[in-house]
Each structure stands twice: as C-alpha cells, then as structure tokens.
Write a protein that binds this ligand. Structure first.
Ligand SMILES: Nc1ncnc2c1ncn2[C@@H]1O[C@H](COP(=O)(O)OP(=O)(O)OP(=O)(O)O)[C@@H](O)[C@H]1O
Ligand SMILES: [Mg+2]
Length: 367
C-alpha cells in the first residue's frame, strides 16, 4: 500500500486539509474551483516535489504564503510499516524532502512513489512534441532499471559538452573524436534500454487497449533519433558540418520518438477525442501494470476529471481496469454519481467531497 495518511498545507486553495485515503480507489468530488485538482497537485508534490502544471513554485504555494508542505504516511516498498514522508517547497530554492527521518534526493523520492498522471495534458502523448513521448518512455526505463538515471545523466552531460563545442564553431579533431566516442557509447546504451522497455510494454498495452478500445489497431513504434540503418558514429561523422552550422547535435537519442499509429495512420490525426483519451490512458495503465509485474508494488494514479470525454460505457471500462490494476488511484470528478456505480462491492472506495478548499464530507474505504 502506498499513501495512507495525507496532510496538505498551503497548496493553492487548500490551507490545511487532511485525508485518510483508501489503498484502492479515492473519489474526490466537488464543484468547479473547489480544490480537486489542487489535491492531485499536492500528491504530485509528495511524489515528485513539483507541480504537474507549473515549473514555478509560487503558483503551487497558496497566495500570500511563503511555503507549502505535504506530509504522508507511506509504505512504498510494501514492507508492512508506515513511514513518514514530507515534502516542502519554498518560493525559492530546492525542495526539502524527508523520508523516515532522513533527507532524501529527488530521484530517491521518484523511485519511492511511482506516480502516473492522467489529465488533459496527457493528450500531449499523441498530439504534442516527441519530448512528451520520450518522457513517457523514460519514466518506464527509470523505474525498470536503477542504472538508467546514471546513464541518462551521463548522456545529458556529453550532449551538453558536444553542443557547447559546436557553438564555438571550431573543434580540435582529436577532442571531437573523444566526445563523439563518449556520445555514441552513452547513446547506444540509452537507446537499447528504451527499445527493451518498449518491447516489454507493448504486449501489456495491447491487453489494456483490448479492454478499452477493441476494434482499433494501435501500433507503437520506436524511433531511435537517427537513421538506425547506419551506426550513430557514421551519422555523426557525415552530419558534422551540418551540426557545426546548426550549433547543436541534430541526431541522437535526444531526438528519439514513440510513433503511435491507429489503423496505419497517425493516431493524433485519426482518433476522436474520446478514443485519444482511451489510448493515452491505456498507455499509462500499461506502464503501471508492467511496473507492478516487475516490482510487486503498486503505483499511485492521479486522474483528473476521469469522466470527461468518455461515455458511460467507456467510463465503466476505464474504472474496471483501474480497480483490477490494484494501484492506488486518486480520481477527481465534478459529480461523483457519474462514477459511484462502476465499482465492485468488494473494492475499497473512499469518497471526499471538497468545497472551497476544505473537506465537507468523507466516507472511508468501508463506506
Ligand atoms: N496559488 C493559489 N493560491 C490560492 N488559490 C489558488 C492558487 N492557485 C489556484 N487557486 C485557486 O484554487 C481553486 C481550486 O482550484 P482547482 O484547480 O483545484 O479547482 P478544481 O476543483 O479542480 O476545479 P475544476 O472542476 O474547475 O477543475 C481555484 O479557485 C483557483 O483559482
Ligand atoms: Mg480541476
């Protein structure tokens, strides 16, 4: 079980809010502007020390306040023991993260609380730039392999170095050879990890999609970021003059993409809004299911306005996949009656009615 007790202080319109979540399904409902998305923001802060909407802490921190804090009791590694976790953000500076009485860093936090968000921005997985899809893939690779973060940091360092040399406009050939060798070595390792992860994800994704959107053939394809029929060393050598003119490295894993096709066409162009929501949700659900299969522990899902874009039948299908997944889900909706009937009687559901940033009524998992 992931998060058991939750206390939120000074996050957007939530001055002080305490919740005792269910380990399974949590429905957070209330009128527009009541604070539902802010609860999800607070849980996101707890899991990643930042907002999912803004890079600036001042938008997350309540107006006129200088910090926000989220505390929880968590048992992220399923050890049967709840431990305190606290994340604080000030207007300036790095977040302060304490777990079980010790300061921890961001990547340790991200490893402890595997978070998945499904909200209006998730459409960017189909409609947005490749950066969104790389971030999606890298979430999976990060959680699949503890070595990945080192590899990723190493690659970013070499890429930055190569680009700053290119910007100077003149590179000593011997220096170039050294950096290119490093670049290719990191790039190939990174790409192999991404490719392997996607190969494991595809069958799990197909299963989720089969439930949510039968009848449409969705294909996922990996693009490494360079002409993969040729070695990256050869690509770098032949495009060197072009890179020099551009002032940056045009080929490599920093350009990787995940192609999503629906019945042979671009999914972004082909699918309806509701169908897109089902495809991106299936992608996110597949990541959580694969994570569970690998680590034998659940993820935390933050699903903002689950019913939007979906008809009753697809709401029902989505809810049944969520409850089967065994993940801890925080789901917001304006009218909870739209979702209440979709669960099996044995599923532990907690409901939280929010108004003006405060809890009006809660019913625990048994209620
Ligand atoms: N930094 C802030 N300080 C105080 N209040 C804020 C801050 N940022 C946003 N708010 C307010 O918090 C309230 C809750 O916003 P939130 O996005 O959580 O609403 P919501 O319940 O998700 O609404 P909707 O159903 O429209 O999505 C809004 O009135 C918003 O204007
Ligand atoms: Mg909202």
């Amino acid at each position: 079980m992931a998060i058991s007790k939750l206390r939120i202080h000074r996050v957007r319109n939530l001055s002080a809010l305490s919740l005792v979540p269910s380990p399974a399904i949590n429905l957070i409902y209330g009128e527009n502007g009541s604070g539902k998305t802010s609860v999800l923001e607070a849980i996101h802060l707890l899991g990643l020390a930042r907002s999912f909407r803004t890079s600036q802490a001042r938008h997350l921190i309540q107006a006129e306040q200088s910090d926000c804090v989220v505390y929880a009791e968590v048992d992220p590694l399923n050890q049967g023991e709840q431990k305190p976790l606290g994340v604080e953000r000030l207007l300036e500076g790095d977040p302060r993260i304490r777990f079980a009485g010790k300061d921890i860093d961001l990547s340790t936090l991200a490893e402890l609380i595997p978070l998945q968000v499904i909200n209006a921005d998730t459409f960017q997985l189909l409609e947005g730039s490749p950066a969104h899809r790389r971030q999606f893939l890298d979430w999976g690779v990060f959680h699949a392999d503890p070595m990945f973060i080192q590899l990723w940091r190493g690659f970013r360092r070499v890429l930055k170095q190569r680009n700053s040399l290119l910007k100077c406009g003149k590179i000593d050939p011997r220096l170039r050879e050294v950096w290119d060798r490093e670049f290719v070595s990191f790039a190939n390792a990174l790409t192999e990890h991404r490719r392997d992860y996607l190969a494991r994800l595809i069958p799990v994704f197909d299963q989720s999609l089969e439930h949510l959107l039968p009848g449409i053939r969705i294909e996922l394809g990996f693009q490494s970021g360079w002409d993969s029929k040729r070695g990256l060393d050869e690509v770098l050598a032949t495009s060197f003059e072009r890179d020099l003119a551009l002032g940056y490295t045009a080929s490599g894993p920093q350009r990787a993409d995940l192609r999503v096709k629906a019945d042979g066409h671009s999914a972004a162009e082909r699918l309806s809004r509701g169908q897109k929501k089902l495809v991106v949700s299936a992608l996110k659900l597949a990541q959580g299911n694969l994570f569970q299969a690998m680590h034998k522990r659940p993820c935390v899902y933050l699903i903002d306005d689950l019913p939007s874009e979906l008809d009753q039948q697809h709401n029902q299908l989505f809810c049944s996949l969520l409850e089967q997944s065994g993940n801890q889900c925080f789901i917001t909706c304006v009218d909870h009656r739209a979702l209440l009937e979709h669960w099996r009687p044995e599923t532990a559901i907690a409901t939280f009615h929010i108004a003006d940033g405060a809890l009006v009524k809660a019913t625990g998992p048994a209620g």
